[in-house]
Design a protein around this ligand. Structure first.
Ligand SMILES: Cc1ncc(COP(=O)(O)O)c(C=O)c1O
Length: 302
């Protein structure tokens, strides 16, 4: 069995501490339990296997992509497991834990202009891959349909069975939009009246790592806007606050985007009809953000 065989099939955890006093249940998919620690294992696995199957990723090629962290970590882990070199373009202000982890797995990092954010990293990866197409396999997670298919085939199916087909709302924020688009698409096929809710940072200059504001940055090609039934905007501070609640009230030490997703699910639960079953995503682990302001002033609770 390879490490890739352990991607997905993550637990669905009931968030009882968010008791809404109403008959509405909130669940979260524990994606931090994937082998490289994030939801991005699903997309990375599907994109690499698809590339191999189509003859685009051969043994001589180096995998190159632009990533603010988690996809890169997934590629780095899978590159090591499958025997491929990995090169990643990443804004130089990405946090140290992520950059170090990429290097631990053996990936090469190209640091890009921090002010250009992830869009700058995407341009760099694109131009390197375009200059030497025989040398690189560029999965381009923002345009690669395998990113959506991963969630269509796995995340949505798992949620469907884990809720005994009772899910009524799916809530997820967006980086590439793969999680939101792929999962929503399949869930709506299974049950057309499921409400799909997109989570967005409330400002273009936000600290919700992994999320990309669809208003102020390039809209990924794989995004399907017609799948959005509702949108909830979350501030970085509200996401931080929910991260602290998740670790102290549920023992779930998760990243900032997970905090934003759960905060949005909680707000949705306040007005959702009785018997609603809301599912959201815990994208990655809190260990990836030790150097962020989020944990600086956390105190002993007793
Ligand atoms: C921490 C984190 N949360 C959320 C996301 C968003 O996932 P997706 O790219 O499927 O939209 C990402 C994507 O990189 C991420 O790294």
């Amino acid at each position: 069995m390879s490490i890739l065989d352990n991607v997905g099939n993550t637990p669905l955890i009931r968030l009882k501490f968010l008791n809404t006093q109403r008959n509405v249940k909130i669940y979260a998919k524990a994606e931090f339990m994937n082998p490289s620690g994030s939801v991005k294992d699903r997309a990375a696995k599907e994109m690499l296997l698809d590339g191999i199957e189509r003859g685009l990723l051969t043994k001589q090629k180096t995998i190159i992509d632009a990533t603010s962290g988690n996809t890169g970590i997934a590629f780095a882990m899978m590159g090591a497991a499958l025997g491929y070199k990995v090169k990643l373009c990443i804004p130089s202000n990405a946090c140290i834990e992520r950059k170090r982890l990429l290097r631990v797995y053996g990936a090469r990092i190209i640091e890009t202009e921090p002010l250009e954010g992830i869009d700058g990293a995407i341009m760099t990866a694109r131009s390197i891959a375009a200059a030497e197409p025989d040398k690189y396999f560029y999965p381009d997670q923002y345009s690669n349909r395998a990113n959506i298919i991963a969630h269509y085939k796995t995340t949505a199916e798992e949620i469907w069975y884990q809720t005994d087909e009772r899910i009524t709302h799916f809530v997820a924020g967006t980086g590439t939009t793969g999680t939101f688009t792929g999962t929503s698409k399949k869930l709506k096929e299974l049950k057309p009246n499921i409400e799909t809710v997109i989570v967005q940072p409330d400002s273009p200059f936000h600290g919700i790592e992994g999320f990309k504001s669809l208003d102020s940055t390039l809209q990924p090609d794989i995004f399907e806007p017609q799948l959005v039934d509702k949108r909830i905007d979350i501030s970085t501070e509200a996401a931080y606050k929910m991260c602290r609640r998740l670790v102290r009230e549920a023992g779930l030490f998760v990243g900032i985007s997970a905090g934003a997703n759960v905060e949005a699910a909680k707000r949705l639960a306040e007005t959702a009809p009785d018997n609603s079953v809301i599912v959201t995503v815990l994208c990655d682990s809190g260990t990836r953000y030790f150097s962020e302001p989020l944990w600086e002033d956390i105190n002993d609770s007793n």
